[in-house]
Ligand binder design. Structure first.
Ligand SMILES: Nc1ncnc2c1ncn2[C@@H]1O[C@H](COP(=O)(O)OP(=O)(O)O)[C@@H](O)[C@H]1O
Ligand SMILES: [Mg+2]
Length: 446
């Protein structure tokens, strides 16, 4: 295989970029309504370039730093019309669903700048099978895999296979619930039937991918790229399992910590063997990737391996990451859309560690009640190094109520991780709602 010309490079040197926009004039629309979007609105609203921030649909937290717009994140037409009518200069898409629906492409048609990958590029997350095939075609290291779209084939494959650990994945978007890590073939058979026959995830599970089970430490690397230049963000680690000690079922994410100590040799391996090759691979497949590229990795004894890609920032990793980002994020976002990241100054990070602890509704990730009033938010003294980022919240009368499983993420920096943790948990002591639960061990492994 001929290797592609290496245009891309890591931007780490500092060069002052003079933006033509000098007065606060940029109107931004953030799409989404979770903790990631609250953190994005919070950070974007601090930019001296920005005149106004909207958030669609937002939550009770985004309402404090932006103007909520009553439009669903997946209402592509509605968002397009809003952006045109309100002369939005930059749309920033938080979640994967609107990206996979082609929101960026639709906005491009009406000349609205939109941060995030195109529909074709977002398939890197939207189809786990596409991501696997991309890796195979371009020799990006990942597990062995075997796709199936009929249950007979899947069964026959498992019958022939030696019994042992294997991973079953619904190929499409399944809100973080489509993956089953199995110890035995029997479990895998049940998971395959669930997807292919019972259609547990609807169309998203009409194709499944069996994957070789990989062992090692997991790491998420989020990179800003315009398809040429990459700017890796500081590494972060999330906590997926609902209970302390990584016990219990997986959730959307119970907490995160940044930075994570990664040896520079490993980071270089990740950039050279995974991030750059992926950006190039997307160019070669005519799916130029612009936006945040999130690589979910397993650090195996043989080196880093791709578990999955996401086409956006992680939630809750975004919350502590953006708190530590001291540079203005808006020029970075604009430069990504315009394909001139190479002109950007490398972002600066507060060296202090940051921890984010997610408080959830009683019963989550199973059944939970909504509309539960939240008390004590006003007792928390927030500032640049402590914030309560809202996820599933809304305003009702004078109250703030719960509207989702993950309700809010208390995020704090500290002089060390222990201090950051202590500040998070002290603030959580002040917040109350019926059924509240959160992990007590976020950041303890760091
Ligand atoms: N091939 C694999 N080997 C071992 N564990 C895996 C593998 N693929 C996924 N996992 C585990 O399952 C989790 C979820 O899988 P992932 O591919 O990240 O899907 P999603 O985030 O969409 O649920 C991963 O964080 C990891 O813990
Ligand atoms: Mg994942």
């Amino acid at each position: 295989m001929v290797s592609p010309p290496l245009h891309a490079r890591v931007r780490r040197d500092a060069r002052t970029y003079l933006d033509p926009i000098e007065s606060p004039s940029v109107k931004v629309l953030v799409v989404g309504g979770g903790g990631r979007e609250h953190a994005l609105c919070w950070k974007i609203s601090q930019s001296p370039l920005v005149a106004r921030v909207y958030c669609a649909p937002g939550n009770a937290g985004t309402a404090l730093v932006a103007e909520n717009v009553d439009l669903d994140a997946e209402d592509v037409k509605g968002l397009r019309n809003f952006a045109v009518e309100n002369k939005i200069d930059l749309v920033v898409v938080g979640p994967e669903a609107p990206l996979c629906l082609g929101l960026v492409d639709e906005l491009k048609k009406v000349s609205v700048k939109c941060f995030g990958p195109s529909k074709a590029a977002a398939e890197i997350e939207g189809s786990k099978l596409y991501a696997r095939e991309l890796c195979r075609r371009h020799r990006i290291p990942g597990p062995q895999y075997w796709p199936f779209d009929d249950v007979h084939g899947a069964r026959a494959f498992l019958d022939m296979r030696e019994d042992g650990p294997i991973v079953v994945k619904a190929s499409g978007l399944a809100a973080g619930k489509g993956v089953t890590v199995c110890k035995k073939n029997d479990e895998a058979r049940a998971a395959a039937v669930d997807c292919l026959e019972r259609r547990r995830f609807g169309e998203a599970g009409s194709t499944i991918v069996f994957e070789e089970f990989l062992e090692g430490q997991e790491l998420s690397v989020m990179t800003l790229t315009d398809g040429q230049t990459i700017i890796p963000f500081e590494p972060a680690r999330d906590h997926k399992a609902v209970f302390d000690g990584d016990k219990g079922p997986n959730t959307g994410g119970m907490g995160a910590v940044t930075p994570v100590a990664v040896p520079s040799r490993t980071m270089a391996q990740i950039e050279n063997q995974i991030i750059f090759p992926t950006v190039h691979a997307m160019n070669r497949e005519n799916r130029k990737y612009q936006g945040f590229l999130y690589a979910g990795l397993m650090l195996t004894a043989q080196g880093p391996r791709v578990l999955e890609y996401n086409c956006r920032l992680g939630d809750p990793e975004t919350q502590p990451l953006l708190m530590r980002l001291t540079s203005d994020i808006v020029p970075l976002l604009l430069a990504t859309v315009d394909g001139r990241l190479d002109e950007q100054q490398a972002p600066k990070w507060d060296p202090r560690p940051c921890v984010s602890v997610v408080a959830c509704s009683g019963g989550y990730p199973g059944e939970f009640r909504k509309g539960v009033p939240i008390f004590g938010l006003d007792r928390v003294t927030s500032g640049p190094d402590l914030q309560v980022f809202h996820s599933g919240t809304a305003k009702k009368g004078g109250d703030v109520i719960t509207t989702g499983g993950r309700v809010l993420a208390v995020t704090a920096m500290g002089k060390d991780v222990e201090d950051a943790r202590a500040r998070c948990y002290a603030a959580l002591q002040l917040i109350e709602f019926d059924g509240i639960h959160f992990r007590k061990d976020i950041g303890m492994r760091a």
